[in-house]
Design a protein around this ligand. Sequence first.
Ligand SMILES: NC(=O)c1ccc[n+]([C@@H]2O[C@H](COP(=O)([O-])OP(=O)(O)OC[C@H]3O[C@@H](n4cnc5c(N)ncnc54)[C@H](OP(=O)(O)O)[C@@H]3O)[C@@H](O)[C@H]2O)c1
Length: 451
Amino acid sequence: MKKIITIFGATGNLMYKKLFPAFSNLFKNRFLDSKTKIYLVGRKDYTLEDYLLEAKKEIKTNIEWDLLLPQLNYIQMDFSNSDDYIRLKTIINDDFTEKDKMFYLAVPPQLFPVISKGINSSGLITKGSDNERIVFEKPFGEDLTTAQKINKELWQYFEEKQIYRIDHYLGKEMIQNILIVRFTNTIFEQAWNNKTISSIQIIAKETEGVLRRGNYYDKVGALKDMVQSHLLQMVSLVTMERPKSFASDDIKDEKVKVIKQLSIDKKDIILGQYQGYKDAINIESNSATETFVFAKACINNDRWKGVPIYLLTGKSLDEKRSEIIINFKNDSSDFKNVLNNKLIIRVAPVEGVNFIFNVKEAGLSEKVVPANLDYCHTCNYLGNTPEAYEKLLLDLFNKQNSLFTRWDEIESSWKVIDEVKTYKHELFIYNNYEEIKELIVKGNEGLIDDL
Ligand SMILES: NC(=O)c1ccc[n+]([C@@H]2O[C@H](COP(=O)([O-])OP(=O)(O)OC[C@H]3O[C@@H](n4cnc5c(N)ncnc54)[C@H](OP(=O)(O)O)[C@@H]3O)[C@@H](O)[C@H]2O)c1
């Protein structure tokens, strides 16, 4: 069967930075072939040649143009004009008879309803069809109310099984690895509870500031941009109960249950903004948008009662690092200098797992010292590890939706964020990461290291 993917917003940053490199690798590695057609849709009045001239200026990676070019077509559209959808349908229908059709909305979320409506009313997608799917980029809504409104509209046009909501963190190698590490290693599975674990840290630090994304970011901030999606997804994978099976819906059922049990107390939050943020392009001069969040979350169930879950994310910090740290308790009083065991799942930029444990120092000494079992995930891969978008696009083509978010996952995470948004917080202006770190350590009395 022929496969057709139509990308709305093909003149955007996501297309150039993520989707082109992902398609290029999928063609190079023969996951996609000449039976795949890519329709690039934008509002600019380009020919394919004009489009490619612009695209090549923006794309910074090597692209297999020889493989991609014969599959590309550029179509100019006004997204609010119903005739343009009919024209698109005619072009697509003329192309092949039997097809698998995908529509990817790489556009700002305000355009989701109008494009969805156009796709539906023109008959580009028939509700319930097994061979027609639609993809939405994040963020899905601005809060619970707007997300519900968008979703209600989408459900008029498409069935849930046709809707693929992206959280690209789920496509990352080590995020896919969380359930494997947890549920295939008895040593961890048995110890995965409040009897053995003292705390959990979920960290996503960036060195870059807002760059040229001010228009988007200033309306959103770190809580909505990072915590609502990526961080709560990580929390749910780390803390969910073992699912009935590892089928997509069973995993999602457990993820939703645990997010519904999560709460963040008002006193356990620090919001910050880096010095100089307001001088960036398209930022309001009096902006109170947070670029940093530290929060202590709790999960109110038997497994996790009493275990703090520290969430930390921000821009313009000291390093780029995303990782999950599981801190184990240590009740040993027979030896001195014993460190607590630690399991670290490294998500980015390094991918791997470290386990920190105690050994006797080599030689005649009796000193206890820490040792580090270091698994490098990238080192075991021939070539480069696939980027998140490569995996997500491939799963979309293969109708695998387990790495896409179901509506109730989005709904439950917006409830958490909406609650936090009702708190009135002072915004801490930071010149450097050390200043915030000091604040966190002071508020949590030496409880946390590896910040
Ligand atoms: N960029 C990333 O790394 C990234 C990462 C994660 C998620 N996302 C999400 O992916 C989506 C796209 O992001 P992006 O960075 O590619 O955004 P972008 O650079 O602003 O481009 C989005 C696309 O939408 C089009 N567009 C914007 N407003 C429009 C309007 N009123 N009418 C018609 N077309 C319009 C743009 O057309 P013009 O070129 O004509 O303006 C462009 O083709 C967003 O939902 C974003 O949150 C992006």
